[in-house]
Design a protein around this ligand. Sequence first.
Ligand code: 5AD
Ligand code: SF4
Length: 442
Amino acid sequence: MTAPKKLFIKTYGCQMNVYDSERMAEALGGQGYVETATPDDADMILLNTCHIREKAAEKVYSELGRFRGLKAERPDLKIGVAGCVAQAEGAEIMRRQPLVDLVVGPQSYHRLPELEAKARSGEKALDTDFPEEDKFEHLKSRPKSKRGPTAFLTVQEGCDKFCAFCVVPYTRGAEVSRPVGRILDEARELVERGVREITLLGQNVNGYHGTGPDGADWSLARLIWALDGIDGLERIRFTTSHPNDMSDDLIEAHGTCAKLMPYLHLPVQSGSDRILKRMNRKHTAEGYLRLIERIRGARPDILMSGDFIVGFPEETEEDFQATLDIVEAVNYGYAYSFKYSTRPGTPAAERSQVDPDVASERLQRLQALITRQQRAVQDTMVGRELDVLIEKPGRKPGQMVGKTGYLHAVHIADCTAAQGETVRARITESGTNSLFGELCRD
Ligand code: 5AD
Ligand code: SF4
């Protein structure tokens, strides 16, 4: 028997990329690859790149440059670039960096075995097509090994919203939803393998409209209700959503579906209507706040999470103040804030840019507010009794770590429960980034 070949995957960016990296490892598993934690002994290195912020392509070039020594020592080493940078600039990367043997865009991962064989034979292999037929071909065929208690499941890819700052509609293409039957099959299989919590993924997940077994178009809420019927599945989450696609049935599900966790990531990006309009968001700050009121009407304890961009072209101090105001008004449990970064090819790239020092200073102010707010929300958990899904052992002996429905990590001392079990815990303390608790023994 030949020794297995070693595969090193470095993943950048969002949860969709984490999910895709798992699928790539599985696809190459069929070619005799096993994953390794370091590039040093790898036979194949794959960079699963992200294009959403920062100087993504430059980062890829500098990372690739670091592999020059390894490739000189071992000419058989194959180096590949996957993900959104591959999609957007793959051919250019291959021209500019001769170390690269393989380029594969997010819609073509199911072709990795062929591409790998081509690269092995000494040819350059590139595939960045948008297939018309079955966009989810690359998500098929998962091996049946045991898994941890939480998993991602892609239900939708691409985005039609065209926010003026965002590359996703260009790199991931138009919105496509996976048929309901396949999602339910995959969910059942995950549960058989030990998964208790599934996070449904999509770039615009609440825009989901997949074909149901009845041939009708199913909404995300309807899909969630079907998943709710799977025995052994305890928790359902979904991310990322657009405010304009928060349909009535989805809001209602937050109030009535016990498996749907009280957590919602609903980015607004800015609190200024002037900037929202320039961002092509097609909603106002007031409309967003009213929407949250309705969601909280259905599920009063829901924990809101969001994304913000500061320093978007033409943002004034007054616009930025409106962003601070909307953060105050919502009271987020989690929020992620980014300095605007120019993405070539997007409409906002052509506009007059904010001074980078001004943008950095605004980012600091926003992050200080968010940090205070996150901590205050986390502190309100102290004294409560909450269900915690145990994920792994903690650092201290006897300690286990799990998550509440609100997605806070809890360290539980003297915890007899195993990974994958849900326990009732009393929260005793709120730390910098996590909670501490003890088992409720009634
Ligand atoms: N610059 C800064 N942040 C961006 N995001 C998307 N595109 C950009 C950009 N060009 C942020 C948005 C989005 C999150 C995933 O990344 O806030 O919600
Ligand atoms: Fe990008 Fe999200 Fe806007 Fe789609 S909705 S364009 S993924 S920021």
